[in-house]
Design a protein around this ligand. Sequence first.
Ligand SMILES: Nc1nc2c(ncn2[C@@H]2O[C@H](COP(=O)(O)OP(=O)(O)OP(=O)(O)O)[C@@H](O)[C@H]2O)c(=O)[nH]1
Length: 538
Amino acid sequence: MLQKRWARYAAQGRFEQFIEFAIAVNSLAEYFNRLRLPGLVRLCEGLENAALARLGEEGTHPVSAQEISMLQRQVDALAGAVATSRNVAAARRMPEAVAAPADIDWIKPRSVWMIAAPEKRGMAHALTEQLQFFGFKVSEHGWENDHGMVETERPLAVLFIPASDIATASESGRIAGIRAACPASQLIYLGVESEIEPIVALMRAGIDITIAAEDQPAMVLNCILDLVQTNEQEQYRVLVVEDSRVAVALIRRTLSQHGISTHAIHDPGKLLDALESYKPDLVLMDMYMPRFNGVEATRVLRQMAAYNSLPVVYLSGESAVGMQVEALRLGGDQFLMKPFNPVLLAAVVKTRIERFREVRRSTRLDGLTGLLNHTAAKSRLKAMVEEAAAATAESPLTVAMIDIDHFKSINDAYGHPVGDQVIRGLAWLLKGRLRSVDLIGRYGGEEFLVALPGVTKDKALSAIDRIRRDFSGLPHMHQGGTLHATFSAGIASLPEVDTAAALTEVADGALLQAKRLGRNRVEVGQDGLFPIYSVFSE
Ligand SMILES: Nc1nc2c(ncn2[C@@H]2O[C@H](COP(=O)(O)OP(=O)(O)OP(=O)(O)O)[C@@H](O)[C@H]2O)c(=O)[nH]1
């Protein structure tokens, strides 16, 4: 798709074709971002910046022959990087090197290269053991050049473990060589000081993530497990408040080209109803409308708790700077002039929404594990129960409450940081073993809530029991070696238990029963049977 759009522009040189090309580069960058392929994102962004710098306006196209050949080189470099990074099996199905995002069937490798200094071999082995436990194929290498490596399949991630905190010139050269050979892999550097200069130098060499000495090795596992989860996102939603039907049509067309969903209202009096029913991530607000203007409507939103941080972008022909400043002071986030530049409009909308979602996300996630926190997990479970109830065919849903055994003694014997690592280990094991549609939340200190839509009680029992067995074999590192922990779990299912509150209560009762029966086991609860056990205590 991208190559086709570029070829069309290179042959005919029309401004709209250049915009289409810039949009295709941007959506490819987003696609790689969702797949967490940072090297490819960087190449796309380089090409996108080069394209935007030459966007200009209608009269400046076609751009010069020199600029065309410069862009052509970047398009070719991107196509080459995509071709070398793609899984071989997928490549056979895909004749075109840079295809439309929807056509790319990307199969992520699960291999990791570990490049460790000889004095850090001990740490490298311990990390290898943990990564292998989570199903990764790890190959250990030294810092010296190893030409055989690039012949093998490109890895998901490369871990660099240097002898000291500061990278030498030859180490930087080695990093740059691997960056060039593996554009889609995540390059992680362990053991850097938390100072900006060495981190900038490593990033220039091609490192994506640096991990401070005191954070490893727990963070390494976290980074790599996050990589295999694709970042599936809900479509962005924009509410357009605009009385001109022509302007609405133009805005909707531009945003839909970027995969953004829109809903338009022509009367600002309907704003609150539209916000309630459509739940947008951003409002595009016209300044002048009948009855009251956009600034007044925004002021109303800003004094309502539910909408006080919702991004509002004004779109108006108002060119007086004083008026624009006043509009921003009264609650707007940004001001765009009409007629709008479609590339700028889409970029503003997307970046505002990304930040808004990031902030919203951070209030819903637990800091230690990255899982949903108690409140978010409860509300997600409620929504899942409602979805299951609304489904036409009867749809099962099983809930599990999981609690680490004798956790207090782990803390007492090895200290809180090791206890934290055990909690994270279980979180990652759950993330690695369950599906992306499943709910995994940290319900309390060492207690987790899991909900498996479409899964019957029996199937859930065997899945959770398998995770229980795996968890008991997971080594957790501490100063003097490794320790093993276990968990107990209780499960309850729809339709026997029919509300979110009852599901957690019954699963909790079954969990208590599992603890009473000796721990390191999974028990099934039934409505009306297990709450009785909640009166027992050890
Ligand atoms: N390290 C660490 N400890 C925590 C965290 N949250 C809670 N805890 C500790 O977890 C322990 C939970 O202990 P208890 O509820 O008594 O139960 P237990 O020792 O796990 O025993 P059983 O559940 O009966 O098997 C308490 O000592 C809490 O201080 C956390 O985020 N990190």
